[in-house]
Design a protein around this ligand. Structure first.
Ligand code: FAD
Length: 333
């Protein structure tokens, strides 16, 4: 059994100080913050994660959703996924986020899962979760058996020769389309990172998934002011109707005036190694009539650089149809 220390810091400063007190050469590398624990504890039971210290952040004052002076929203890192999805302002002005969260996991898991934890949930690639197998993400330099093995559910966008693992989050796909900012506190102070810069492509360092440094705490996320009258849809396609990760999903935020698309924000899930914003689809839509021909062109543009693996070529057409249908549904709403 892996022995670890369990600590309940009383505020963010104490949490960061406790994270920095670890014994590794890279301070904080063997420390994990715990939100809902629905990813972390699972992975500890599998010995995929073996932290020396677990810092329970549930007593920190990070559990509020607050309206900001500019009309945007500030969402604390320990806000539960359910509370966020059912918040009146989120349902009214950022409905793509509410829809995405409610299509993820189960009610019980959403009641536990936090915003910070969801941003950092790990891949469901079977090789990553099985310590009997090599995996470059879990143990750098050991290889990627998915390349010649089971890769049906894995990425067709953003993969490298070292890793094909898909980012599994639904919430993050909506956050990408909503262009949120992530706020971080660490030993060197506070900083804010645009959502698009937060997750990293695997390249030849698949074990580095985000720009977080060891011991960094996500404190909150800010949503920009809502786009008045925007049409928002999250569509998720999966092997079964509930309690399943996306094979393909699309988050769409559209502004339409006189039948023309004046602004489009598009992100895809289930197909990328990170939550996949598509500037190509956004450019293909802007200024075009809101009709099926434009929607399909945008989907073609979004998947133009897709590179399938041996078992997941079907995802290319699936993702195109997913995005086309999400756009059609949004435009008709
Ligand atoms: C059976 C099952 C089905 C699921 N289905 C789906 C699905 O369909 N769609 C979907 O999107 N998700 C799904 N999930 C994943 C679920 O959404 C995540 O487990 C959850 O969002 C993680 O949140 P948490 O607060 O429990 O994270 P935790 O387990 O507490 O933490 C996850 C990671 O984030 C780190 N962390 C947590 N908070 C912070 C912080 N504030 N600062 C820095 N680091 C932090 C932890 O150290 C850990 O590394 C499923 C999970 C399970 C178990």
């Amino acid at each position: 059994m892996h022995i670890f220390e369990f600590i309940r810091p009383k505020d963010s400063a104490a949490a960061i100080a406790a994270a920095a007190q670890s014994n590794t050469a890279q301070q904080g590398a063997d420390v994990r913050f715990m939100g809902g624990g629905t990813t972390l504890i699972d992975l500890m039971k599998l010995n995929v994660e073996t932290p020396a210290r677990v810092l329970d952040i549930n007593r920190l004052p990070l559990d509020k959703i607050e309206l900001m002076p500019d009309g945007g929203l500030k969402i604390g890192a320990t806000v539960r996924n359910s509370d966020l999805a059912y918040h009146a302002k989120v349902q009214q002005d950022y409905s793509v986020l509410s829809q995405a969260i409610l299509q993820g996991a189960s009610a019980q898991i959403r009641n536990m899962a936090t915003v910070g934890g969801n941003l950092l949930q790990r891949t469901r690639c079977v090789y990553f979760r099985d310590t009997a197998m090599p995996c470059n993400k879990r143990e750098p330099g050991t290889g990627c058996p998915a390349i010649t093995g089971h890769n049906r559910t894995l990425a067709i966008l953003g993969a490298s020769e070292h890793c094909l693992a898909t980012n599994p989050s639904d919430m993050c796909v909506a956050l990408a389309a909503l262009e949120v900012t992530i706020h971080i506190q660490g030993t060197k102070g506070s900083r804010a990172v645009a959502f698009g810069d937060f997750h990293l492509l695997p390249g030849n360092t698949p074990h580095r998934e985000t720009v977080l440094e060891a011991g960094d705490l996500i404190t909150h996320v800010t949503l920009p002011p809502p786009v008045t009258g925007s049409k928002q849809v999250y569509l998720k396609l999966r092997d079964r109707a509930s309690y399943e990760f996306a094979l393909s999903s699309a988050a769409v935020v559209l502004a339409v005036a006189s039948g023309k698309i004046t602004r489009a924000r598009i992100a895809l899930g289930g197909v990328g190694t990170k939550p996949w914003r598509s500037p190509e689809a956004e450019a293909a839509l802007t200024g075009k009539p809101a009709n099926d021909a434009s929607f399909r062109q945008a989907a073609e543009a979004a998947l133009r650089n897709a590179r399938p693996q041996s078992e997941n070529k079907f995802k290319i057409e699936l993702a195109k149809r997913c995005l086309t249908h999400a756009l059609r549904t949004a435009a008709a709403s």
